[in-house]
Design a protein around this ligand. Structure first.
Ligand code: KDG
Length: 317
């Protein structure tokens, strides 16, 4: 039985190797990424079993992506190869230290053609948690329908639903994102928004109030990410703050996925929420220390050692 199944797009990631506008960059480092995929890899690094549902093109980048993800130990048995569309690509440009710009080349990609009929729903029903993000519904109508169906299948089977809004304004408008997410939120068990995303969804307010308003919308657990300030988690029993460990930040993209992976891992291990949010914040911080999205995802031992050095609360094993 898989601990977590994720569903979404994986892309080739080309990271600029020099700073400045991309028109002046000559060398790129190839990697790969995708929010849900990053979470699946993060979970496997932490010792859990994760599967990723997606589509890749019948091209060299699709073959590379599959080989890499399989090599990371994520189950890719439900990834389909679409002969009619390419694997998506995205670039990271570093205009100035700490200022990353993202360029997508993904419209019409194989993953954007994911549709409910192409998914093995028994597979989704067999997991403990299905993890989804707001990136997938922004890709196409068929992807949005797939996310809705995933939530419905999960709920009917007693599988918990985890959702990271991951609102990407290059993919849809704030209004469209808000409408979709507020509509599904009553069926989500664990919601993991950033601070701005939470405010977009439930209005202005301080972290604790935002968490409470999110809980009122349906989820039973909230993990609110606040970047360098740290994170807050809340459930019916209380609200728990965790400060972010201080690290030298290279690139913040992907930090939320590291947070989600550690949050879900601790949740499944039955850790108290105070420890869960603290370890999740530590995992997110580790991801920011490198320019790729998946390279900084820690193993369980790395995470625990780092969190202890940073003074995480409680006895972490
Ligand atoms: O959370 C990190 C993701 O944003 C990144 O890996 C790329 O999936 C991606 C996207 O759509 O931006």
């Amino acid at each position: 039985m898989l601990d977590v199944v994720t569903l979404g797009e994986g892309m080739i990631l080309l990271i600029a190797l020099s700073q400045g506008r991309m028109r002046h960059v000559h060398l790129f480092q190839r990697s790969f990424a995708g929010a849900e995929l990053n979470v699946a890899i993060g979970l496997v690094r932490l010792g859990l079993q994760a599967g990723w549902i997606s589509q890749v093109g019948a091209d060299e980048f699709g073959a590379y992506l599959l080989a890499q993800i399989r090599g990371e130990g994520v189950d890719v048995s439900r990834v389909r190869v679409d002969p009619e569309a390419p694997t998506g690509v995205y670039f990271k440009e570093f205009r100035r230290p700490g200022e990353t710009h993202v360029w997508y080349y993904r419209r019409g990609s194989a993953a954007s053609r994911l549709a409910p009929d192409g998914v093995d729903w028994d597979y989704v029903r067999s997991a403990k948690i299905v993890h989804l993000t707001g990136i997938t519904p922004a890709l196409s109508d068929s992807c949005a329908a797939t996310v809705r169906r995933a939530i419905a299948e999960a709920r009917a089977a007693g599988v918990q639903v985890s959702f990271d809004p991951n609102i990407r304004l290059k993919l849809w408008t704030a209004d469209a994102a808000r409408r979709f997410i507020l509509d599904i939120l009553p069926q989500v068990d664990i919601v993991l928004p950033g601070l701005d995303e939470a405010r977009l969804l439930v209005g202005p307010g301080e972290p604790e109030a935002l968490c409470r308003r999110l809980l009122e919308k349906g989820p039973s657990v909230v993990g609110l990410k606040m970047g360098a300030t740290g994170a807050v988690a809340a459930d019916a029993a209380g609200v728990y703050f965790a400060s972010a460990p201080s690290v030298t930040v290279v690139d913040t993209i992907g930090a939320g996925d590291g947070f989600a992976a550690a949050f879900l891992a601790c949740y499944l291990k039955g850790y108290p929420l105070a420890q869960t949010v603290s370890l999740a914040a530590a995992a997110g911080a580790l991801v920011t220390t490198v320019s790729g999205d998946i390279e900084g995802l820690p193993t369980w031992d790395e995470l625990v050692t780092f969190a202890q050095q940073m003074g995480a609360p409680g006895d972490v094993r």
